[in-house]
Design a protein around this ligand. Structure first.
Ligand SMILES: [Zn+2]
Ligand SMILES: [Zn+2]
Length: 235
């Protein structure tokens, strides 16, 4: 299949001068003939400008997957909603959000438990106790790929659940790991726990924190990927 890849549209950091950095996260997954947008980032202007610079038509997506209802992940939702779209989001999302999806004439899949909502695309289900968040698992020929928004339920816990659901070790864990205030020792332990689960590659970005990103890259060596707006990862 051609164009099997993940493209980071929106991130705290940017790899190209024509792409704006912004606090938030959004990525396009092209896999199995489907185009899925993971989160929308926070600012419509940044999302639209970056998508346009990357040649991505936000109105031609098939699925829109939201990890959790924080403004840096859903703030630009209205730029990404369109008729014919299926929006996959935690059932705990607010009524105003659900109304917005309805008003755009998009279909809703409200997630509580783990679900394969499309062949090859699974949700971990809502995880966490205070901030409920779902993460995305994509089955690929080279192993399952996990994408997280902010990883509020804990990156190791999410990876553990995803590994169980996928039934095999994860090839890549990508997204916000939320380790901005985590000590060096604890980040090293997290890297070791991910490696113990069999995680081959990590792509920490967004809210992971600069220092945690460096430590994870040290621990994973060349399998600690540099991920920011403009990064493309073949699937
Ligand atoms: Zn975030
Ligand atoms: Zn968040």
């Amino acid at each position: 299949m051609t164009n099997e890849r993940i493209t980071i549209i929106y991130d705290n950091r940017s790899s190209r001068e024509d792409l704006q950095p912004g606090w938030g996260f959004s990525a396009l997954v092209e896999h199995g003939g489907k185009r899925l947008l993971f989160d929308s980032g926070g600012d419509k202007i940044v999302l639209e400008a970056n998508a346009s610079a990357l040649g991505i038509d936000l109105k031609s997506t098939d699925y829109l997957f939201f990890s959790h209802e924080h403004c840096d992940h859903v703030g630009a939702a209205s730029s990404a909603l369109h008729k014919g779209l299926t929006v996959v989001y935690p059932a705990s999302f607010s009524q105003p959000f659900k109304k917005k999806v309805e008003a755009a004439h998009a279909r809703s899949i409200q997630v509580t438990k783990p679900i394969e909502f499309l062949p090859g695309f699974l949700s971990t289900g809502e995880l966490g106790s205070t901030i409920l968040e779902q993460s995305l698992i994509i089955r690929t020929a080279s192993g399952p790929v996990l994408i997280t928004g902010c990883a509020h339920p804990g990156i190791v816990e999410i990876a553990r659940v995803a590994t169980d659901l996928a039934g095999e070790p994860l090839r890549l864990v990508l997204g916000g790991f939320h380790l901005g205030t985590t000590s060096t020792d604890k980040v090293r332990k997290i890297a070791a726990s991910l490696q113990a689960l069999g995680v081959r590659q990590v792509g920490p970005c967004h809210c992971t924190g600069e220092s945690a990103i460096r430590i994870l890259q040290q621990e994973f060596g060349p399998d600690g990927l540099e991920v920011m707006a403009g990064t493309q990862i073949p699937l």
